[in-house]
Design a protein around this ligand. Structure first.
Ligand code: SF4
Length: 219
């Protein structure tokens, strides 16, 4: 892992003590890497019954600070609304990874002109999943995964192979689930609208802004 990837993370919310006798105590924990609030909506909905979820918001690929803040706020807004709507298990918390776009640029040097889905994207996704897996292993999580597969632009086979390698390296389980399946992407659009979340129309790095067309499916 690059030395540039500082792993200083901070809990945004306090950890939650669970009520005694809660049947959901038996659920295993998952650290869910999240790229943005909208993508996380459908994934949280799908995983919450089976896992105790902690969100890991880690996206050094986003160059623009205003954009980074907008996406973080959308994430926080959704989690707040979600937590207010549930009463049968503990609230979801957010861990915010260090935002260091320099680390992303060092990794992607020479790959600036790659098309979306190419070599730059593999490194970018690997960086985000690697830091997630390391944080999960260091903090006693049983599982990790990422919201990235919700997007139709993301190749699940690539995500799965990265996830498996990291799982073996860090000794934790990767949740093998392609979240775009079973209409996951459409569901994320529906939920984003219902919760009035900010929803970007490009992936995240400055290079991905070049490929945005007004009619393009948002990320
Ligand atoms: S297009 Fe998206 S996945 Fe690819 S490098 Fe840029 S931010 Fe990362």
């Amino acid at each position: 892992m690059s030395n540039m990837d500082k792993r200083i993370c901070e809990r945004e919310t306090e950890s939650v003590s669970l009520p005694q006798g809660d049947v959901h105590l038996a659920r295993p924990s998952v650290l869910l890497h999240s790229c943005c609030g909208p993508c996380s909506t459908a994934v949280i909905e799908r995983l919450a019954e089976r896992y105790r979820i902690v969100i890991f918001f880690y996206n050094p690929n986003i160059d623009d600070e205003e954009e980074y803040k907008r996406r973080l706020k959308a994430q926080e807004d959704f989690v707040k609304q979600y937590n207010a709507s549930i009463n049968y298990h503990e609230p979801i918390t957010i861990v915010r990874g260090n935002w260091n776009s320099k680390a992303f640029h060092e990794r992607s040097k020479g790959l600036e002109d790659e098309p979306e889905g190419g070599k730059r994207c593999r490194l970018c996704i690997e960086q985000r999943m690697e830091v997630t897996a390391e944080y999960a292993a260091m903090n006693g999580f049983e599982n990790f995964t990422t919201t990235l597969s919700v997007s139709p632009h993301k190749d699940y086979e690539m995500i799965l192979s990265i996830g498996r390698n990291l799982a073996a390296r860090f000794g934790i389980n990767f949740v093998n689930e392609d979240f775009k399946k079973k209409n996951g992407f459409l569901r994320s659009i529906e939920l984003s609208k219902a919760h009035e979340l900010y929803r970007q129309n490009y992936c995240g790095c400055n290079y991905s802004k070049r490929t945005v067309e007004p009619s393009e499916v948002p990320e």
